[in-house]
Design a protein around this ligand. Structure first.
Ligand SMILES: *Cc1c(COP(=O)(O)O)cnc(C)c1O
Length: 437
């Protein structure tokens, strides 16, 4: 069959007049599992990882998948079996890595608000490194480690103060945001860390933002990091590794971020030129490993043509796909079975009682109630940010592997949603006892 891959999504292609994930027809998955349904391509995830691996070939590097992008166990298992470590931001994420068979020694623990119980559990599990975000956290971590007669392996997150030129909510490496240690305080913070009895200083890290589509912010960050490494080591604190974080963008709507291997060629050239070519490296990519490996299949429920706007109501909503409502993000929306007649312009919206519940503005589509659409680039920060708002069950997830598909998360049930709740009052069967309204 003639196969036409979607531009920028090589593992999703029209064959005949039907959209496939690898060799599996998406409409067949929707029929089997219902909608909304997340479908991921294993080959797309491994291809994204391979781009990083190519970029680093011959170097000492640990790729830690930033699993908050998509924390489903099946996705974690896939990356664990491909040799990845994990960047976690909570004890919940750490627990997921261990449940999926990932190694504790390849876990790094980031985040500005680690609690003592989280530190204790991570130390007992034997994680590889804590990425510490404040001077106060260093003191607490040292204390917790000492209480367990352990030394916590640490890296300090520094704020290199470079502008990643991305959305302000996902920009994290500028002065004036809550992440990392300010440039001017870095050396003294390292000296303090080296003096604390419960810590073992391993490295330095930064993470400058997300959905970065240019190489220049990374090159600037690398320069600032190397300046800091030089200053820290001159002050007597040796560093084992340099961790440049994640943040590489993907093509949602015609963006052209550098390919991971090309970006790292440039970064490694800088590292070599400055004499740090032998240094162990770490990276924490999230979105760029999974974002374009997933789609969300949704069914058209109603068409509401109007005087000013035409609304297309679909069964996926902001609780499933929060990025448009949260960041005004763009996701491409395509039909599973294209219809050759003239398209109309639609506001594609979900069923939730919020005006912010939209998935796409001004989309040229031709679809009828019952037709299926695919929301593209839905592999990152969709399912992992989903909620039960409006008491909607969270969607099911399927991982496609060639001609096979695995249900990696069943659709939630209403019983699942209510499982932890309790009615506070004795039930009353007499109608007369009900409060009057
Ligand atoms: C979110 C996050 C990442 C991953 O970011 P992406 O943009 O998804 O690559 C990496 N490191 C840290 C510390 C993060 O908070």
């Amino acid at each position: 069959m003639n196969s036409k891959p979607l531009p920028g999504h090589p593992h999703f292609a029209y064959r005949g007049n039907e959209l496939f994930a690898e060799q599996v027809r998406l409409s067949a998955l929707a029929q089997q599992h219902g909608t909304p349904l997340f479908v991921y391509s294993k080959a797309a995830m491994l291809a994204a990882l391979a781009a990083y691996q190519r970029g680093f070939s011959g170097r000492q590097v640990q790729i830690c998948y930033a699993m908050k992008a998509n924390s489903t166990l099946g996705v974690i298992q896939l990356f664990a079996q491909a040799g990845c470590g994990f960047d976690v931001v909570s004890l919940g994420e750490l627990t997921r890595v261990l449940a999926a068979g990932g190694l504790a020694s390849k876990i790094i623990f980031s985040g500005v608000g680690k609690t003592r119980p989280e530190m204790r559990a991570a130390l007992q599990a034997g994680i590889g490194c804590f990425n510490v975000e404040s001077e106060a956290e260093l003191e607490v971590l040292s204390e917790v480690a000492q209480s367990l007669s352990l030394r916590a392996p640490v890296s300090i997150r520094v704020n290199p103060n470079v502008d990643p030129q991305t959305h302000p909510y996902i920009s994290t490496g500028l002065k004036g945001n809550k992440f990392g240690i300010a440039h001017e305080r870095v050396v003294q913070t390292y000296q303090r860390a080296a003096a604390l009895p419960g810590l073992q200083v391993l490295g330095i890290d930064c993470h400058i933002g997300s959905q970065i589509t240019q190489a220049s912010p990374y090159l600037d960050a690398m320069d600032r990091m190397l300046d800091l490494v030089q200053a820290i080591e001159a002050a007597g604190v040796p560093l084992h590794h340099i961790d440049l974080g994640g943040g590489l963008g993907i093509n949602y709507h015609g963006e052209t971020p550098p390919q991971a291997d090309q970006l790292w060629q440039q970064l490694l050239a800088k590292l070599d030129a400055r004499g740090y070519g032998q240094r162990a490296l770490m990276i924490e990519p999230g979105r760029s490993l999974v974002g374009n490996a997933g789609v969300c299949v949704t069914e058209v429920l109603y068409l509401k043509p109007g005087e000013q706007k035409n609304f297309m109501v679909v069964d996926a909503a902001m609780n499933d796909l929060p990025r448009p409502a949260m960041y005004q993000a763009y996701h491409q929306i395509v039909p599973l079975k294209p219809n050759p007649t003239e398209p109309h312009t639609w506001e594609v919206v979900g069923p939730i009682c919020e005006s912010g519940d939209w998935l796409g503005h001004d989309r040229h589509l031709n679809a009828q109630p019952g037709d299926l659409l695919a929301v593209l680039s839905a592999g990152a920060y969709c399912m992992s940010m989903s909620s039960n708002y409006n008491t909607r069950n969270r969607a099911a997830e399927v991982l496609v592997d060639g001609a096979h598909s695995h249900l990696i998360r069943a659709r939630e049930t209403y019983a699942d949603q209510m499982r932890l709740e309790h009615l506070p009052f004795p039930s009353s069967s007499a109608a007369g006892e009900a409060p009057a309204h």
